[in-house]
Design a protein around this ligand. Structure first.
Ligand SMILES: Nc1ncnc2c1ncn2[C@@H]1O[C@H](COP(=O)(O)OP(=O)(O)OP(=O)(O)O)[C@@H](O)[C@H]1O
Length: 241
């Protein structure tokens, strides 16, 4: 289980951006992290990945913090960033090879997964190309392919759909459901609320760095005393209040 406990944090010690966040992501579920621009979604994700350290509070993966067991923590988590980050000197295929090396994926498993992913995301023809010749959506696909290649126990995804064509979006959603069935715990930050409602099991509504509501859609509807409204309507009620 990914366990975030009373986490307060930010970019300087004098100014917190996220406040007392407590939530968990367990195996075989997709948790939607939703909030307006600047609500603190990416900051929360950076804390989970260990790119930022909480001012107070703890983050544990299967009982251990990043400090307590760095190697195991890192090996259990895959990440799709909001903005593609890649090595200009490496081809798409070399990015996949590097990921396989970092996560110690056996060669046969790597070849089979990598080729399936290239097919699914229609990137076979680009596998020997360098990413700075790619379109924006193709660059984002490098991040997606590398993350799904790992089949880690947990996956953290920051707004993955921006700039992707409809077939690629469909492919991500299909993979998310497959990975969830295999037991992966997924934290998905997105602004596309209709998609979140359809694919996520639970939601965290973040507003100005605080969790305003959390739970299944039904839990959230009950907390708002509005039994049949959509996630989008719940969201507007929370952020407009
Ligand atoms: N590198 C940074 N240095 C200082 N403050 C930052 C930095 N990155 C983000 N912030 C601030 O932290 C707050 C939360 O930003 P964050 O990027 O987590 O929001 P978000 O919910 O991911 O937004 P979006 O939906 O626009 O991606 C904002 O007030 C933002 O100005």
């Amino acid at each position: 289980m990914l366990q975030v406990e009373k986490v307060t944090g930010g970019y300087s010690l004098s100014h917190a951006v996220i406040h007392q966040l407590t939530f968990s992501v367990t195996n075989a579920e997709i948790v939607g992290l939703i909030g307006l621009n600047g609500a603190g979604k990416s900051t929360t994700i950076k804390h989970i990945l260990g790119l930022m350290s909480p001012h107070t509070g703890t983050i544990k993966l299967d009982g251990n913090s990043l400090k307590e067991d760095t190697k195991s923590y890192r090996s259990k988590i895959a990440y799709i960033p909001e903005v593609p980050q890649f090595y200009e000197e490496l081809t798409l295929w070399e990015h996949l090879e590097l990921t396989a090396l970092a996560y110690q994926i056996p060669t046969e498993t790597f070849l089979s997964r990598a080729n399936d992913l290239l097919e699914l995301f229609r990137m076979q023809r680009a596998k020997k190309w360098f990413p700075n010749t790619f379109s924006k959506g193709m660059q984002q696909k490098i991040m997606i392919l590398c993350a799904f290649l790992v089949e880690a126990k947990y996956m953290v995804i920051d707004e993955p759909f921006v700039g992707l064509d409809p077939l690629a979006i469909q492919a991500i959603l299909q993979l998310l459901l497959e990975m969830k069935q295999k037991g992966m715990g997924i934290l998905l930050s997105t602004h596309i609320l209709s998609m979140a409602e359809k694919y996520c099991d639970r939601f965290l509504i973040l507003d100005q760095g605080r969790i305003k509501l959390a739970g299944t859609l039904q839990d959230i509807q009950l907390q708002l005393n509005q039994p049949s409204i959509s996630l989008e309507e719940c969201f507007y009620k929370v952020v407009n209040d």
